[in-house]
Design a protein around this ligand. Structure first.
Ligand code: GLU
Length: 513
């Protein structure tokens, strides 16, 4: 490749970025960086009716969190600025007119009512999905059917018009897709799409192709849903006489049950986020959690996402961003849809959490505690909590969610655990145990365990019986690391206080004889 690789991620700010969109951005980024090229962000906001406040800012923030950094974009600037299509409006009209002049597009003056009428007539004649195309355009009000002077007059008197693509009537349009191979579509399948709207705004197709050309985009890497638009884009490149970029259409992300395209509803149903960051709908105020808030590390999310459609061809599953850049190629992106796999996302997250030191994990836990409004213990205490739990957690938020007792005193006790372990004998043991704890010389888990086990055996109880009772008293729940490790960390005073509380709060069982 002699030309510098330049790719773009071109989202429309019509809502939050979905995992599929993040994957598109990621593959573009990896491809660009692999080839030492540029990664550009371009905001495609020409359809002003569909804009959602906050969506653009959300998209940019999400990519930052993922570690997908653009070389140029609306927030950075660059040689082809502006990177927001609404700010490029004056550029497009001249290009649409150039296509008219070259005979590849035409002016159309039909009112919405006239178009509707055409549709009704065609439907009545048996055409189920009538379109403005090579057949119907012959009967409509456009610069192909009207005399030239009439067209001129209408344009001069500022009559509303659109510019439409003149799609050839009978032609096989072929292009090579880097992932799918040769794609061939007959022009009779296409309609004469509007390129320039009556308000002077371009449609997606015109703006997209013009900008890809002006920004010297070498590879268009985008989702499969854009494949049906590509034949029109091919015609546009041809019409302008421009060199085409390489096209690569990425496979769809499918729901975990294979029922179709991955949707937000699948996320709700199977309990996983579909957005990178929390999204608050500006109209309804409804919140949707993101990967960040759900306790994912960005590097785990990215590694997981990279594998939804690409594979390195080896058994290696763990890749840092740098390694992904090094190994990524479009040749190893598959054609068929990829099923979303929640378990795998957790596997990656666990892996990356375990790889981090307590020191590195500390800020995440502090942030989580702040968010919850819980007391924040000193760093050494927190690091020990992390050490004790990091083998067991799936999400960063599990440090607090699964073991709140490290931060708050229990005020409820799991009924099943009470049922199982709150027996008269065990309670008697607990009372003695707490008495003996007062005199313990060195408060560490080894000594605590020795003391507990010795006392249990004196009372003819097994260690398996007494440990859940101690756990119940100090934590209130079943889940957790070794019970004596918990006691060691909580400290003497707190342990004694909690045992005392439990003895007061949990009712003594009425045992059947
Ligand atoms: N604006 C389109 C989108 O929202 C971009 C499609 C493309 O990459 O060409 O996905």
């Amino acid at each position: 490749m002699t030309e510098k690789v330049r790719v773009r991620f071109a989202p429309s700010p019509t809502g939050p970025l979905h995992v599929g969109g993040v994957r598109t951005a990621l593959y573009n980024y990896l491809f660009a960086k692999h080839h030492g090229g540029d990664f550009i962000i371009r905001i495609e906001d020409t359809d002003q009716t569909r804009l959602v406040p906050g969506a653009e800012e959300y998209i940019l923030r999400s990519l930052e969190w993922c570690g997908i950094h653009a070389d140029y974009g609306p927030h950075i600037g660059g040689p082809d600025a502006p990177y927001r299509q609404s700010e490029r409006k004056p550029i497009y009209k001249a290009y649409a007119e150039e296509l008219v002049a070259k005979g590849h597009a035409y002016y159309a003056f039909d009112t919405p009512e006239q178009i509707e009428e055409m549709r009704e007539k065609a439907k009545a004649a048996g055409n189920k999905s009538p379109q403005y195309n090579a057949i119907t355009r012959q009967y409509m009000l456009n610069s192909l059917t009207l005399p030239a002077e009439e067209v001129q007059k209408r344009l001069e008197s500022n009559e509303p018009y659109v510019i439409r693509m003149l799609v050839p009537r009978k032609e096989e349009i072929r292009f090579e897709d880097k992932i799918r191979g040769w794609v061939s579509v007959h022009s009779s399948q296409l309609d004469d799409k509007v390129l320039l709207k009556s308000d002077g705004m371009p449609t997606y197709h015109l703006a997209n192709v013009v900008d890809d050309h002006l920004m010297k985009i070498t590879h268009v890497i985008r989702g499969e849903e854009w494949l049906p638009s590509t034949p029109l884009h091919v015609l546009l490149y041809r019409g302008f006489g421009w060199e085409m970029p390489v096209f690569a259409h990425l496979p769809l992300l499918l729901s975990p049950d294979d029922s179709g395209k991955l949707s937000k509803r699948d996320g709700d149903r199977y309990g996983f986020p579909v957005f990178p960051l929390e999204w608050v709908d500006p109209i309804t105020g409804n919140k949707s959690s993101g990967y960040k808030e759900s306790g994912y590390l960005p590097e785990a999310f990215i590694n997981f996402l990279a594998f939804l459609g690409w594979n390195p061809g080896t058994h290696q599953e763990v890749f840092s961003m740098q390694e992904l850049i090094q190994h990524f190629s479009l040749e190893r992106v598959g054609k068929s849809g990829v099923k979303f796999d929640k378990k795998k996302s957790i596997w990656y997250n666990q892996y990356y959490i375990r790889k981090k030191s307590p020191e590195e994990l500390l800020p995440y836990v502090v942030q989580d505690l702040e968010k919850k409004g819980w007391p924040i213990p000193a760093a050494p205490y927190l690091k020990r909590v992390i050490e004790l739990l990091s083998d067991r957690v799936e999400y960063l938020t599990d440090f607090t969610n699964l073991a709140p007792y490290f931060f708050l005193r229990p005020n409820t006790y799991e009924p099943e655990l009470i049922e199982k372990s709150w027996k008269t004998q065990n309670i008697a043991f607990l009372i003695d145990f707490s008495r003996q704890l007062q005199g313990i010389q060195e408060w560490n888990s080894k000594n605590l365990e020795m003391l507990g086990k010795q006392l249990a055996s004196e009372k003819g109880l097994s260690a398996g019986k007494i440990m859940p009772t101690i756990r119940l008293a100090v934590t209130g729940v079943t889940f957790g690391p070794g019970v004596f490790d918990i006691l060691e960390l909580l400290g003497k005073e707190e342990t004694l206080w909690r045992i005392d509380q439990a003895l007061q709060k949990i009712p003594v069982p009425t045992e059947k004889l």
